[in-house]
Design a protein around this ligand. Structure first.
Ligand SMILES: Cc1ncc(C[n+]2csc(CCOP(=O)(O)OP(=O)(O)O)c2C)c(N)n1
Ligand SMILES: [Mg+2]
Length: 650
């Protein structure tokens, strides 16, 4: 009798895991069952209030966990089984790692008696392999739990590592018979954070050191003639998203946003300069290259943002201050990052607000005016985006879509057209959100990303901008959407295959297509028929008339919808940093301000507060005349006159 009582007081490890997640505030998790994780599935399903969303591919579970975190603001878990179940999750884990997203992946595993600790065996028992080791280069912390008493310790440690410092995914591998073991509650080992558990913890500036770094930075902003701030998603991660607009207004300094921080500031704010980069907005790139002091906060300044030639980044600025929580990122380009500051972006911004309230900065009025003129001169939609007969241009689509969006619209994009047009031409106003996979850039992110965001809003509405190729990489998730009746409006840009890669083939392989369209090996199904197989309504847009008639219906539909948009299968993605082939066959890699299609050298010169580079003068630009044929030279001259004054003061 006594031993039976003792048994009842013991906790099943899988129940402890489920309770742990519940106490961390998780309302939803994502998973796919197998024999190796069945105990945990059962415990979460029957013994907690957490709803387990069952995807149809493990990569989708982790992708959904990413957008869940972005919208809910709290991490969740992906629960996968052994073998292929866990290896399928790896793309999602790498993607979360690249984008600094906290989540916990739990994988089921073969029983310990088959496991060798030294990685010698390729496979353990049935389907087992060393999954934490396999993902060790893309997780902040990973462990296999071989002792049931260690479960709580490992969960607490994984949570701490995932959510502290620069966030990221953690992975716990739990053998089946550990999941089902019974442990006395008092026997569970607890985790107390230790120095050294997190890399670089000691390097992050705090309190007085942080305040001093802020004072120095404000001095630099004070003395600059053309100061510019570049905000990244670290600002949101640091808990300062709600302060972002007030921040730039209090400082009174123009600001760029990285692609992952587009939804931090209203695109139409007079101080918002847009997003610069290889696929940047023309005005944003001019402003970046013209500033004389650059302060970046919470952005890792990836190549798509800063271009290929680091020495040419913000080339009008002698000094670049980079604020990042990750010391390694700060050491990336020592020749150009002249003042690196290791700090939490949110804390840095909050301290700046405190100090600037005591001692305001002078307003760089002429510079702000100049930035405004450049933005007016180069709107996001230009002559390069005109529609081709029979098709609608994807950039114009974004422009027409924006006014139809809801004030709190969540937009999730896949790659290709959806990513580029979505990030170059869709205006966003917080609390609207724009989410995608930035670092890994994996096709197929759109559908699971939309699922995670919708679930985070308790089955809320999401607009998913997708492409024919991207749809096919996680098509099975349509059933997850239908099963949970998620009101996700899916726009599919249909362009006969892989348009982005067709352009690569045009640029470097003389336009020989291989594996990029129907004739060269890749095709996509009729998405209206796909929609009907999943019992979803379908719409097709080929003209602006269709758009006006159908798009409001798509956006107002109560449930999931697929809407195909037929675009030119050869449409350009513009503007973009390209290369220029010279008459002698040599290649010139233009600087960041010189985006394609090229503008006249005269206009380029007039649009910069720094002299144009010699190599820009050499570029031959067949599209120049065509693009600016109807522009009167006076307009460029008057801009030049207006700017001349500023150049002198700069
Ligand atoms: C998982 C994955 N496989 C391959 C690629 C390489 N890739 C980048 S864009 C692209 C084509 C995208 O086609 P689609 O989704 O239809 O967009 P489009 O460019 O046609 O608008 C490919 C194959 C990738 N980014 N991700
Ligand atoms: Mg395509």
């Amino acid at each position: 009798m006594e031993s039976l009582y003792a048994l009842i007081m013991k906790i099943k490890v899988s129940d402890l895991i489920a309770k742990f997640f519940e106490t961390k505030g998780m309302k939803y998790g994502f998973g796919i069952i197998g024999s190796a994780n069945a105990h945990i599935f059962d415990s979460i399903f029957y013994n907690t209030s957490i709803e387990l969303i069952c995807n149809h591919h493990e990569q989708a579970c982790v992708m959904a966990a990413q957008t869940y975190w972005k919208i809910a603001g709290t991490p969740t878990f992906a629960l996968v089984t052994a073998g292929g179940g866990s290896s399928n999750a790896i793309t999602g884990v790498l993607s979360a790692w690249a984008d600094s997203i906290p989540c916990i992946v739990i994988s089921g595993q073969e029983n310990p008696k088959f496991i060798t600790p030294d990685h010698e065996l390729r496979m353990y028992g049935i389907q087992g392999y060393d999954s934490p080791f396999a993902v060790s280069k893309m997780t902040k912390y990973g462990a296999r739990i071989m002792d049931p008493k260690q479960v709580l310790y490992e969960l607490e440690k994984a949570w701490h590592c995932a959510t502290t410092g620069r966030p990221g995914p953690c992975w716990l591998d739990i053998p089946m018979n550990i999941q089902s073991a019974l442990v006395e509650e008092d026997d569970f080992v607890r985790y107390i954070p230790e120095v050294g558990d997190l890399d670089q913890e000691g390097s992050i500036l705090q309190e007085e050191a942080l305040a001093n770094a802020v004072t120095k930075t404000l001095e630099q902003l004070r003395t600059a003639r053309r100061p510019l701030i570049w905000l990244g998603v670290g600002v949101r991660m640091g808990g300062a998203a709600s302060e972002a607009t007030r921040f730039i207004e209090k400082l009174g300094i123009p600001a760029l946003v990285s692609w992952s921080a587009i939804d931090l500031l209203p695109s139409d704010h007079p101080l918002v300069a847009g997003s610069a980069g290889v696929y940047g907005q023309r005005a944003a790139n001019f402003i970046l290259q013209s500033c004389d002091y650059l302060l970046t906060i919470g952005t890792r300044l990836a190549i798509p943002q800063i271009g290929y030639e680091i020495s040419e980044l913000a080339r009008g600025a002698k000094d670049i201050t980079v604020v990042d929580i990750d010391l390694t990122e700060l050491k990336k380009y020592p020749q150009r990052f002249t003042s690196p500051i290791c700090a939490d972006a949110g804390k840095f911004i909050k301290e700046m607000l405190v100090q600037v309230a005591k001692k305001p900065l002078p307003r760089p009025k002429e510079w702000i005016e100049w930035c405004g003129q450049i933005k007016n001169r180069f709107p996001w939609i230009g002559p390069e985006h005109k529609d081709k007969e029979g098709y609608i241009n994807s950039y114009r689509f974004m422009d027409k879509l924006a006014p139809l969006m809801k004030p709190d619209q969540i937009v999730v994009t896949d790659m290709g057209t959806a990513l580029l047009s979505g990030h170059q031409a869709l205006p966003i106003k917080p609390p609207q959100r724009l989410l995608t996979s930035q670092g890994l850039g994996e096709m197929g992110f759109g559908l699971p990303g939309a699922i995670g965001a919708s679930i985070a809003r308790n089955r809320g509405e999401v607009l998913c901008l997708n492409c024919d190729g991207g749809m096919m990489m996680n098509l099975q998730e349509l059933q997850t959407i239908v099963h949970y009746q998620l009101p996700i409006k899916i726009v599919v840009f249909n362009n006969d295959g892989y348009l982005m890669i067709k352009h690569t083939q045009k640029a470097v392989l003389k336009g020989r297509y291989a594996g990029t369209d129907k004739r060269s090996g890749v095709s996509c199904p009729d998405f209206s028929k796909v929609a009907s197989a999943f019992e979803m309504p379908a719409y097709q847009i080929r003209t602006w008339k269709d758009f006006d008639r159908l798009m409001p219906k798509v956006l107002d539909a109560p449930g999931p919808v697929i809407c195909e948009v037929f675009m030119d299968p050869e449409q350009f993605f513009h503007p973009k940093l390209g290369v220029s082939i010279q008459p002698d066959g040599s290649l010139i890699s233009p600087p960041l301000e010189d985006l394609s299609p090229f503008i006249t050298r005269e206009l380029l010169e007039a649009s910069l507060a720094v002299p144009i580079l010699e190599k820009s003068k050499k570029l031959i630009a067949p599209m120049l005349r065509e693009l600016h044929a109807n522009e009167k030279t006076e307009s460029s001259n008057s801009l030049k006159n207006k700017l001349a004054n500023l150049k002198e003061i700069g």
